[in-house]
Design a protein around this ligand. Sequence first.
Ligand code: ARG
Length: 586
Amino acid sequence: MFQSPASRIDAKLAVVFHSLGLPAHLARVQPSDRPELGDLQCNGALGGARDLRRAPRLIAEDIASCLRGDPAFASVEVAGPGFVNLRLSTAFLAACGADMVADERLGIVDEGRGRLVILDFGGPNVAKPLHVGHLRSLVLGESLRRIHTALGWRTHADAHLGDWGLQMGMLSAAIRHRAPELAYFQPEAGQSYPANPPVSLQELEQLYPEAAAACRADPERMAEARADTAALQAGDPGLLALWHALRALSLEAQVADFRELGIVFDALDGESDVRDAIAPLVERLLASGTARQSDGALVVDVVDPGDTHEVPPLLLAKSDGAALYATTDLATLEARATMAGLARVVYVVDQRQALHFAQVFRVAEKAGIAPGVELLHAGFGTVNGRDGKPFKTRDGGVAKLTDLLDEAVERAAVRIGESGHGAGLDDGGRRTLARQVGIGAVKFADLSGDRLSGYVFDADRLVAFEGRTGPYLQYACVRLRSLLDKAAASTVGPVVPVVDEERDLLLSCLGFAGTVSEAGRQLQPGILAEYAFGVAQRFSRFYAACAVIGEPDASIRASRLGLCVLTRRVLEKSLDLLGVDVPPRM
Ligand code: ARG
């Protein structure tokens, strides 16, 4: 079974620390801060000095002398106040490499053990086209889903559509002002309204901002929208029929956008799916004393003695009884909790909703909704324009997701033309390549770095073939693939690194499984993106320094091919977990 070099060395340290009377929790290595001095370092002597009342440097010497002589190490050195620097031996690295090569899962640990995780992401509202704000939720959510799957979880991706709120009333009010007969349509029994939606998708997409603006400007219109919303939620057949039609129309377009990004949801459930569960839930929270009246509304207090800033009560119901965002989330959670084996729900939603999720999670805990289920908010920062403000179109509107993707694809096509990539492809092949490169570039940029920070969307920079970009990684995979195709007839042997570039590449491949775990633990695909970039860079250095097919020594050639096979598996799996496609050639 594969075990990372670090965990194997930790096991050796545990024995040594025990024999020296040092605390077990200090028996740990970490990647070296100064790679020129070693691959790994152990700082345990510094922590143990107080207990043993001995100078850390002397303790480090003791640790080092126990480790020297172990064939896992090429060198063991003490440095500074008491660091132990470890250089791993070739034989040890080769043994780790052999175990990894033999493992179909590349060492990834089955942490999920078949438990179920729901990934709640995407979350578009009906009638609004997907915009740049949805991009990160979709891209991060899909990657987190793939990472969970790799770690042995069962996953369930749910878009949680915003389909039951005030925007529906705003729309029906707007349609009534345009064409009263449409908004007052009364379906016959069994008839689903309407065979032809009352507006086209394009009209709908224009109607929404108009409707919202009219409500903002005119209190009477707002009152009408609220009344419509309440009537819809109370089951008015005409409004329900209209709602069905508008929901279907906008969902079709949204699903097409999901597909463009390579995302398939297990469920396209929405707020409306729990509409009948809301009233009983509110009643129960009131009866149990969890909720209380406050100025005609119902609220739940969620303060915690440990709070450093004020957490206001969750608003459960307003006096007009309309369903509220938080209440819908609680009812949805209650419904989800009935799914067998549910152990975790991850909400991939804009960080600006952090308070909302803090409130919802606390009420869930207080009221025993979904007991034992781990609730996590994976928030993210905004996609910004070059001016550092949230990304807008040239005319200042909110950028639609498709416009953004089209721009990246267009830039990718230009780059491909300039750079000589895609030579030998026909027009259709070039177009497909430009799509894969453009969209891969957007996804990679979106996933890189800490999800909580915003990033600047600069189409030109992110489609570059050099630097920390999607295309750079795609190209590394394509080179590996074509190299291995050429060498198809050659023998692939065990990986035994000879030169530094091979050693560095092997060592970074060996970090793959640990990186996937860490990315999953922190819900940070960026950790994996950065790792994959590091592997690709080391591969470039290796490939520049070492002959592979042209290497005359048969066993070195076989080892290098083995290293290329492993690197290819690591990079392709990394990109797969990030949701980035690899073109067959470029
Ligand atoms: N529709 C919401 C919005 O546009 C996002 C939904 C996120 N998921 C959730 N369970 N609240 O802000």
